[in-house]
Design a protein around this ligand. Structure first.
Ligand code: ADP
Ligand code: MG
Length: 230
């Protein structure tokens, strides 16, 4: 199976006053195409840092990160931007929707960056996520649960190689959050996207292929079952 992302002995830390605070300590990981992984760990353990490294929002201090089989060691800003635009989908806790735009234009935004427009796949996402009645509405008028569904559709609109989600159910009631996360995994499988999701929910971790935990700079694999090739 093709490898979407790989960390080889990746370390990252931050200066905290005059002290250096190590966050990730020689982390190795491999994400296979179509795999879905739940990432848990105590607050401050480096979950967001790990996602930020994978998206190129932060750079590693040491080690190597490969994306889509390519070393990112010499990637400049333009190459990282191209990766994010064409191959990455993200769902943040605060959803970060584009507030002057309506739901349809938010979902189609990643396609428009690539010179494309709303297509049958977008319509499928809208059908499955129950967004058809909301397409012409401004995203500011939506409830938290509705905004979350728009954020999921937008993250998958361009069928990304990799979808990163950082506590995407944080502010929502548990049952509706879980329903949307299981839909996210189902739709990601249809798109062939690999999913790495930070979550505090063990129910959510249970329907993903693997469960990784970050603790004291180390990544542990708590559970794994075979990824279904998608
Ligand atoms: P988590 O997402 O698991 O709660 P984070 O990855 O956000 O943890 O943070 C891990 C540690 O790194 C924390 O101690 C945090 O304060 C620190 N940290 C994260 N990003 C930065 C940054 N840009 N500058 C300084 N310290 C940071
Ligand atoms: Mg975090």
């Amino acid at each position: 199976m093709a490898i979407t992302a790989q960390f080889c002995q990746v370390s990252k830390g931050f200066n905290d006053g005059d002290r250096f605070h190590a966050v990730l300590d020689r982390v190795d990981l491999t994400l296979h195409q179509g795999q879905t992984v739940a990432l848990t760990g105590p607050s401050g353990s480096g979950k967001s840092t790990l996602l930020n490294l994978m998206a190129g929002f932060e750079l590693a201090d040491q080690g190597e990160i490969l994306l889509g089989g390519q070393s990112t060691r010499h990637w400049q800003d333009a190459r990282w931007s191209a990766f994010r635009r064409l191959q990455l989908g993200v769902v943040f806790q605060q959803f970060n929707l584009l507030t002057p735009l309506n739901v349809r234009d938010n979902i189609a935004f990643p396609l428009q960056l690539a010179g494309l427009d709303w297509d049958p796949w977008c319509q499928h996402l809208s059908d499955k996520l129950g967004l058809n009645e909301l397409l012409e509405r401004s995203v500011e008028q939506l409830s938290g649960g509705q905004q979350q569904r728009v954020a999921v559709a937008r993250a998958l609109a361009h069928r990304p190689l990799l979808l990163l989600a950082d506590e995407p159910t944080g502010n929502l009631d548990q049952q509706s959050g879980l329903n949307v996360m299981s839909l996210l995994c189902e739709l990601a499988a249809e798109a062939g996207s690999t999913v790495l999701m930070v979550t505090h929910s063990s129910e959510c971790a249970a329907f993903m292929h693997s469960h990784w935990q970050l603790k004291q700079g180390q990544l542990l694999e708590l559970a794994s079952r075979d990824a279904v090739e998608g």
